[in-house]
Design a protein around this ligand. Structure first.
Ligand code: OOB
Length: 548
């Protein structure tokens, strides 16, 4: 078992351990022997960087720079403060912060305290936050006062009212009735020693079922994810990474993102608004070299070079992932932005595929990359679970040194999502080329990929069915030139409600009241007399999509 060198009692995370499915011992042994798992904690990653590059900038923003030495000290102070406030190692806390430098300070503070951050997105609302807080048994919440018109303190107050276990709320900015993040007490004891095989943090899954799932990642597996990704992208101390997507997402966090940049001594810039205007200004000001975006944003950025004047010459690598990037848009990246394109096909569950920096242009523009690790095991199978012929389409199954073996506290779901020998069923349809590169050709999971954000149809349908006028509901994805797919809700209304038919605005209003994140709301509404059914009586989404 890995241990950090810092003195102090060993943290076991034991209260969080139940409900966690570790990678089996014989695999873990192999991953250690091969050097993928180093036994070092994520907090240790920053510590080593601070020793190696103390005076280099770790975080850059409009207000100035924070060196590695400063970030390291800030993280220690935060860790001590968190423990002094009464949160204990092994506890879980909700983190819902925008892309600001404090995100990194809070994240590393929690990691060093052995407190497990549940990394939620700013777009999440009551339905998601309450569910994730309950599922994780969170005792606290790190949030922000407001973003735009939305008040996160009100959200925290609502969730605290329903979950008495949520006792500690820290707010970045004006704390309202809670504690200000910058008033967190900074005295306190020595920090615990962190075992690297323990849960470091929890990511939220894009989800296929009714409610979002939690993915527990260990220090060992997530550290490997970040370091190996950084190596593939050739990151080093001269790189400046721009976090333009929400920092709590696996892509900007660890592929290689924030953690991969820290591991290699580069600087991190963050923007809360990824529009060309804002992001380009940040790229110019900080001489950003690498960033990651979803396909709609890549398309917008390429188009915006026509009218935006900013100097983007520092940008060497644009990573695009989260949803399928079509070949035409892929081919515009280099001419428009002057950067190398890298396609990234990843999942919070683990497996990440990258096109390599030296892959031929055709591979980069037509595939979604190949696995990060030589130890990633890939199977492409038919509906009976048999391997398809090389090059044929099938469902992607995977296991490996940084892929989960089970969702957190979800035994029933796990029996369906994993094979008996531990492969994760991704629900993605792929073809594998002889080079090992994958082409994502479709999906068998009932998910709509709305511009890189995954909307679980089950989850949305459950909310729609809660409306008193709705008898049956189906969510389907329809093609959209900007987003790739948009969300269409097809409703069968109660006879009495038919006269006063529901409007899209009313449906969205209803979902807002139910606390569902806005990106999951339908873009389109259709009503029908009946929904087509399959032979077993399930809603026939294929037929439904065809009629739309
Ligand atoms: C990333 O992670 P998630 O967990 O938000 O979403 C995963 C799902 C995949 O199973 C797949 O259905 C889809 O999003 N997806 C892609 C894709 N990248 C993700 N579909 C087609 N082409 C791609 N390039 O989205 C994620 C995590 C780490 C790195 C990058 C993306």
């Amino acid at each position: 078992m890995g241990r950090d060198t810092e003195a102090g009692p060993v943290t076991s995370n034991s209260p969080a351990r139940d409900g966690f499915t570790p990678i089996p011992t014989e695999f873990a042994g192999r991953y250690r022997t091969a050097g993928y798992w180093t036994g070092r904690s994520l907090g240790g990653l920053l510590r080593s960087a601070a020793r190696r590059w103390p005076d280099r900038p770790a975080l850059v923003d409009a207000a100035g720079k924070r060196s590695y030495r400063e970030l390291d000290a800030d993280a220690d102070r935060m860790a001590r403060g968190i423990l002094a406030a009464g949160i204990e190692s092994g506890d879980r806390v909700i983190v819902q912060l925008p892309n600001v430098p404090e995100f990194a300070v809070v994240l590393f503070g929690l990691l060093r305290a052995g407190v497990i951050p549940v990394l939620t997105l700013p777009a999440h609302r009551r339905a998601e936050i309450e569910h994730l807080a309950e599922l994780s048994g969170a005792v606290g919440c790190f949030t922000v006062d407001k973003i735009g018109e939305f008040d996160y303190r009100e959200l925290a107050a609502e969730v605290c009212g329903r979950l008495p276990g949520l006792r500690h709320v820290f707010v970045l900015g004006d704390p309202g009735p809670f504690t200000a993040l910058d008033s967190i007490p900074c005295e306190g004891d020595s920090l615990p020693e962190i075992a690297a095989d323990q849960i470091a943090l929890m990511l939220v899954s894009g989800g296929t079922t009714g409610l979002p799932k939690l993915i527990a990642r260990t220090h060992d597996d997530y550290g490997y994810n970040a370091r190996a990704s950084a190596e593939i992208c050739g990151l080093g101390p001269d790189d400046v990474y721009l976090a333009a997507l929400p920092a709590a997402h696996n892509f900007p966090l660890s592929c290689p993102g924030i953690l991969g940049t820290i591991a290699t001594g580069g600087a991190i810039a963050l923007v809360t608004d990824p529009s060309p205007e804002c992001a380009f200004a940040a790229i110019e000001r900080h001489r950003v070299t690498v960033t990651s975006v979803v396909p709609p944003l890549a398309q917008l950025w390429c188009a915006a070079t026509e009218w935006e004047e900013a100097d983007l010459s520092s940008l060497r690598l644009l990573q695009v992932g989260g949803a399928r990037l079509d070949e035409t848009n892929a081919r515009t990246v280099r001419p428009a932005l002057g950067a190398t394109l890298q396609q990234v096909f990843g999942m919070a569950e683990g497996l990440v595929n990258y096109t390599r920096l030296d892959d031929p242009e055709d591979i980069v523009c037509t595939t979604q990359g190949r696995p990060l690790s030589p130890a990633d095991e890939i199977r492409v199978v038919d509906t009976d679970g048999r391997d398809v012929a090389p090059g044929d389409e099938g469902e992607l199954l995977t296991r490996g040194p940084y892929t989960l073996r089970g969702y957190y506290r979800a035994p029933e779901h796990n029996s369906r999502s994993f094979t008996a020998d531990g492969y994760y069923r991704s629900g993605d349809l792929v073809r594998r080329l002889s080079s090992g590169h994958l082409i994502v050709s479709g999906r068998i999971k009932d998910v709509i990929n709305r511009g890189g954000e995954n909307v679980s149809c089950d989850e949305l349908e459950e909310h729609l069915l809660a409306h008193p006028a709705v008898r049956h509901a189906a969510a389907v994805g329809l093609p959209d030139p900007g987003l790739g797919e948009k969300v269409c809700a097809v409703l069968v209304l109660d006879r009495k409600a038919l006269a006063a038919a529901l409007t899209l605005a009313e449906v969205r209003q209803f979902l807002t009241i139910r606390g569902l994140a806005p990106y999951k709301h339908p873009d389109l509404l259709r009503t029908a007399d009946t929904l087509p059914l399959t032979a077993v009586g399930k809603i026939d989404k294929k037929a439904l999509r065809a009629t739309l």
